[in-house]
Write a protein that binds this ligand. Structure first.
Ligand code: HEM
Length: 144
């Protein structure tokens, strides 16, 4: 489907998912380094500020925008029953669930109550990458 509004929505969607993915890939990395900083130390307090600002100023608004522009396009294109869209939607729900966990882990760090290891966050850092690869192939190649 082409046309002015749809193309503008797609451009705004891609801009918002770039910001969302940049944050989803950076925040777990901050958690890896934060694990090495002693609770209450100046370094740990600095990480808390970085994590809070990244989540609230970039990741949360970018995710909201990605959902609004994505659902708007799906509605205009009546894409709900397209197999590639259903598969993409499932991976995007997984990405949004991970977003929820990142928010919860950030709150734990803010309360000096993190219980996970640096290794755990290194593994978690790979999850958005794998989901992103699947999502982009589904929406551009439409293999289903
Ligand atoms: C948040 C919920 C999301 C919804 C409801 C959604 C929905 C959509 C829809 C309906 C389209 C238009 C497809 C077409 O016209 O062929 C689209 C395009 C696109 N989406 Fe999403 N999307 C979401 C999240 C994401 C995420 C997380 C990514 C990447 C990590 C992504 C990557 C893309 C790309 C690259 C395009 C442009 C494809 C093209 O140029 O044809 N989307 N999305």
């Amino acid at each position: 489907m082409t046309g002015d509004l749809y193309s503008w929505l797609k451009a705004l969607h891609v801009i918002s998912i770039i910001a969302w993915m940049a944050g989803m890939l950076y925040l777990p990395r901050l958690f890896v380094y934060h694990c090495a900083a002693a609770p209450g130390s100046a370094q740990s307090e600095t990480f808390k500020v970085m994590e809070r600002r990244l989540l609230r100023a970039i990741i949360n608004p970018a995710m909201t925008a990605a959902w609004i522009f994505g659902l708007w396009m799906a509605w205009l294109g009546e894409l709900w029953t397209q197999p590639w869209f259903i598969a993409k939607f499932i991976l995007v729900l997984a990405m949004s669930a991970l977003h929820g966990f990142l928010s919860r882990w950030r709150r734990a760090f803010a309360a000096d109550a993190n219980t996970h290891s640096a290794r755990f966050y290194r593994v978690m850092n790979e999850v958005p990458t794998l989901l992103m690869i699947g999502i982009v192939i589904l929406v551009i190649v439409k293999p289903l």
